[in-house]
Design a protein around this ligand. Sequence first.
Ligand SMILES: C[S@@+](CC[C@H](N)C(=O)[O-])C[C@H]1O[C@@H](n2cnc3c(N)ncnc32)[C@H](O)[C@@H]1O
Length: 377
Amino acid sequence: MKSDRLIGIAASVVARAAPGKPADAVLRAELRERGGISRGDGRVISRAVFAYYRWYGWLDRKGEVAREMRRALEMDDAFQSGSQCLSDEELRRAVPDWVFDQMEVSAEWLRSLQKEPVLWLRARPGQGGGLAAKLPETSSSGFSPDALSYSGQEDLFRTPEFHAGEFELQDLSSQMVGLACAPQAGETWWDACAGEGGKMLHLCDLMNNRGLVWASDRAAWRLQRLKRRAARARVFNYRSILWDGGGKLPTKTKFNGILIDAPCSGLGTWQRNPHARWTTQPEDVTELADVQQRLTGHAVVALKPGGRLIYSVCTMTRRETVELAEAVAKKFPELLPLPIEWLANKKTAATNQVWLWPQEMGGNGMFIAAWLKPRAA
Ligand SMILES: C[S@@+](CC[C@H](N)C(=O)[O-])C[C@H]1O[C@@H](n2cnc3c(N)ncnc32)[C@H](O)[C@@H]1O
């Protein structure tokens, strides 16, 4: 039967996935290597793999993978259609036990982890309405006119709009980080952990391609991808450079703004990436918290008087969020908390620390903190 064959392929992906070999990368490689798998079949395989890890906490881990995968798909069908309600106690199985020691865990967050993630696009500044009119099955987010959710089945990478650089695939919360930076045309910014450039492209766009963004990362291959993405998006006001996070900074330039989108334990991506729930370890949190402190401590030195420091992580552990913010405030008492304005409303005053939760916004979980280096420090 065809469904047995597709489940068999999905089970072989699970067999090859491991810590350091994320299931989504193994899945892409498997589909590529096999070739000739239709888009519809690819979706069935991919759904089975993701359902397996999403419901892993309910499965028999020693049981046959294909059989457990079918159980996971049944649970997923029941949950997504609303016919199965899980108690708050039951929901604790969605994540490993160590998580409860590292952060405040709410039932709402756990419930959100079991839902299908939303796919988000970022249109060029001011172009959200125009893009929505061209691309069917998109809707505006309500948080930014240029952030659109997409509910269709098209391969967006193949659309003419993508090739023309009219949008990027970028999670909603990541877009909120760019908006929190609020870079101005003509300024000089440093995206210190630029990776493949998701947020750098946004900063360049928000600056209307005027001014300069230094994009550094310790991984040369990530910067190569960043360059390819920038060329497609026709973004040229950046300079890419290697930086390992150490005390030797990549330039003597002083910046109007520094974004540290730090490497982190990634709990905020666990809705999109359920395999990581079972491969991330508490030791990773400890190690990454050290890296975050080191990176931030080194980068702060490059702020101009009047410059802004934005720290973001797609995780919610105390050590990588509020404790990092406390450490920065203690080590650099001259820095002033900078209220992040854009999410404040009549009920909540702007603060310099913002939490973005999937259950509230539909994007990844994210923590953002901001400071200002006063002109006369
Ligand atoms: C959260 S990712 C950045 C994502 C990127 N800003 C984006 O929006 O697409 C963190 C990045 O930090 C980089 N990184 C990890 N350790 C580092 C270090 N010690 N120094 C500099 N970069 C580091 C990783 O290579 C990774 O690209």
